[in-house]
Design a protein around this ligand. Structure first.
Ligand code: GRG
Length: 307
């Protein structure tokens, strides 16, 4: 590892801005490619652009860049994976907001996609984002093919019936119940944690670090802990933040009887658990020098965010 200057908050903010710009450029290219193929019917690309290009903290792409950087990858090697995870995430938000799911009207500070367009367009825009994400990964020409296939399989597992989709179903089934800690955390790990973990691991794989590499294991441990921490913090801010800051309705978990860590076990316990998971994540990458600072700062941001 090279000795470098420690990264302070301002350096991290600059790092985040630079990398958000990178992924935004890649996402714009992806929307243009869809637009080029749907000349006669621009509504699909318009709907995708509406949901994908305005707003969002880009935490999952930043995890790709931060983990990849720690493993020695250049940003150019990470842009496609960064865009792909944001597209999967954006699809999940669009479908999560649909009347058949959470029936939400506000997302990222704007009307949700089915409100701004219509329900069928929102379903199709989500479908297109999910499938295009995998096309991007498969068409990446500079990657090591073995790592590329592992990455595609891992993202598919994290997003589908063994990951996020399974978690979403469990979440809906838990509405109005008082789940045990283990059941609630298992659902969180699938619904939210799996995609955050996969984001970090795509960075690792893009850098060519397979299962046998110790850094692969350490970042995997980091990703698991910070993924769970993210959802517990999300539950805390659903109780404590404001609709204005969140860009979506505050207090919606209580209003709908949705499973929420802070509501089920109390705010103090939720804060304690989120902090414990943050510490676990930091422990997993303790041996790395300043090359791991973006990952550390992202971990801190995830565990302390207010929106
Ligand atoms: C397959 C029909 C169908 C629906 C899928 C899988 C799914 C619906 C939804 C996924 C579950 C989900 C939306 C989990 C919530 C995760 C979460 C807390 C999202 C908010 O993430 P942020 O804060 O959002 O990173 P921004 O807007 O900043 O990107």
């Amino acid at each position: 590892m090279h000795a470098r200057q420690p990264m302070n908050i301002t350096a991290f903010e600059l790092w985040s801005q630079r990398h958000c710009q990178r992924v935004n450029r890649r996402l714009e290219q992806a929307v243009s490619a869809i637009s080029d193929h749907t000349d006669g019917s621009p509504v699909l690309a318009e709907a995708i652009g509406y949901a994908l290009l305005a707003g969002g903290k880009r935490i999952r792409p930043l995890l790709v860049y931060a983990a990849g950087q720690l493993c020695g990858a250049a940003p150019e090697q990470l842009d496609t994976a960064a865009a792909a995870v944001e597209m999967v995430h954006c699809y999940s938000l669009i479908h999560d907001d649909l009347p058949a799911m959470d029936n939400d009207e506000l997302r990222r500070g704007k009307p949700t996609l089915h409100i701004a367009f219509d329900e069928a367009t929102a379903i199709l825009a989500g479908d297109a984002l999910l499938t295009e994400a995998f096309a991007l990964l498969a068409n990446e020409s500079h990657a090591d093919v073995r790592m590329q296939l592992q990455g595609i399989a891992m993202l598919a597992q994290a997003s589908g019936g063994r990951g996020m989709v399974a978690g979403q179903l469990l979440d809906m089934r838990m509405e109005g119940t008082q789940p045990h800690t283990q059941a609630l955390e298992a659902m969180f790990a699938l619904k939210t944690g799996a995609l955050l973990h996969a984001s970090a691991m795509l960075g690792v794989l893009a850098a060519g670090r397979g299962n046998n590499d110790p850094t692969h294991q350490h970042i995997s441990q980091f990703g698991q802990a910070i993924g769970l921490c993210f959802q517990i913090q999300d539950d805390i801010i659903d109780v404590t933040s404001s609709t204005e800051l969140l860009g979506k309705p505050q207090g919606s978990d209580a209003a709908r009887g949705k499973p929420n860590y802070a509501l089920t076990f109390g705010l103090d316990n939720a804060r304690q658990r989120a902090d414990g998971l943050y510490q676990t994540a930091m422990q997993a990458i303790r041996q790395y020098d300043h090359a791991a600072d973006p990952l550390r700062q992202l971990g801190a941001l995830i565990s302390r965010r207010d929106h």
